[in-house]
Write a protein that binds this ligand. Structure first.
Ligand code: FE2
Length: 257
């Protein structure tokens, strides 16, 4: 099975680049499953049902989330009707939505880190518990969108799950890392996939606004930047029977609106 995992899609420029690039990449690379992180897809913060459908029309089979999952309040009511949208599995009980799904024969899980982020339930034990709960009924192919800030926590999850899941794919920082590899027991790992968002920016946001914020420490309204879009993703090939990753490869493009 060949999986395309696309980093955090930022606002309208990110969505446009996804619609322009993903169908062709999926065809060219014979992709079986497309997962993308949509937590910044609505104006840079959060997700809506309408935008989720737009991303699905562009080829996403599963849309994952992160710390911005409830930034668009209506999504708390909408998510339960969108079986292909996940939120982190280790949000506390009482959160709507779900943290995992089986799509096209693969288990897809979304989890969120705790280092330099808001307090959440333990993501390491949440994954342990899920794997125990599903047991032998779980598909061989298991992919985790690991939405975390600290590279240490991100790599630690890879080692924690090595041999138990097919891939631990980092999201959240919007900065792609050059460490994509396969761990000894067959788990593909990348600390951060990156983003699909304006290249000349700070993490997708208008650079001048962020610079001003660092200078005056006042609250400023964030606006998604414009111009050329960087498209960051990884392609993972997994053995359908053993669930072990055969390869992980970065796939980075640029797209002009
Ligand atoms: Fe995030």
């Amino acid at each position: 099975m060949r999986i395309l995992f696309v980093g955090d899609v930022v606002g309208k420029p990110g969505r446009q680049a996804v619609a322009a690039l993903v169908p062709a990449i999926a065809k060219e690379r014979r992709i079986d499953l497309v997962i993308l992180n949509g937590e910044n897809a609505a104006g840079g913060a959060g997700l809506t049902a309408e935008i989720a459908r737009e991303l699905r029309d562009a080829g996403a089979d599963v849309i994952t989330n992160g710390n911005h999952v409830w930034d668009q309040r209506a999504f708390m009511k909408e998510i339960d009707g969108l079986e292909y949208c996940l939120r982190p599995i280790n949000l506390p009980p009482g959160n709507p939505g779900r943290g995992w799904a089986i799509v096209k024969g693969a288990l897809v899980v979304n989890a969120i880190g705790r280092v330099f982020m808001a307090e959440q339930d333990d993501p390491f034990r949440a994954l342990d518990a899920l794997l125990v709960e599903l047991g032998s009924s779980a598909p061989a192919v298991k992919i985790l969108d690991w939405h975390a800030e600290a590279t240490s926590e991100k790599l630690a999850m890879g080692w924690h799950l090595d041999g138990r899941v097919s891939a631990v794919l980092g999201s959240h920082t919007h900065v792609p890392t050059a460490d994509a590899r396969i761990l000894p027991k067959g788990t593909a790992l990348v600390a951060d996939t990156g983003m699909v968002g304006p290249r000349d920016s700070v993490l997708g946001v208008d650079a001048a606004i962020i610079v001003r914020r660092y200078l005056d420490h006042l609250p400023h309204r964030f606006e998604v930047a414009d111009g050329v879009v960087q498209f960051n993703s990884v392609v993972v090939e997994v053995d359908d029977v053993s669930g072990r990753a055969r390869s992980i490869e970065r796939l980075d493009r640029e797209w002009s609106p």
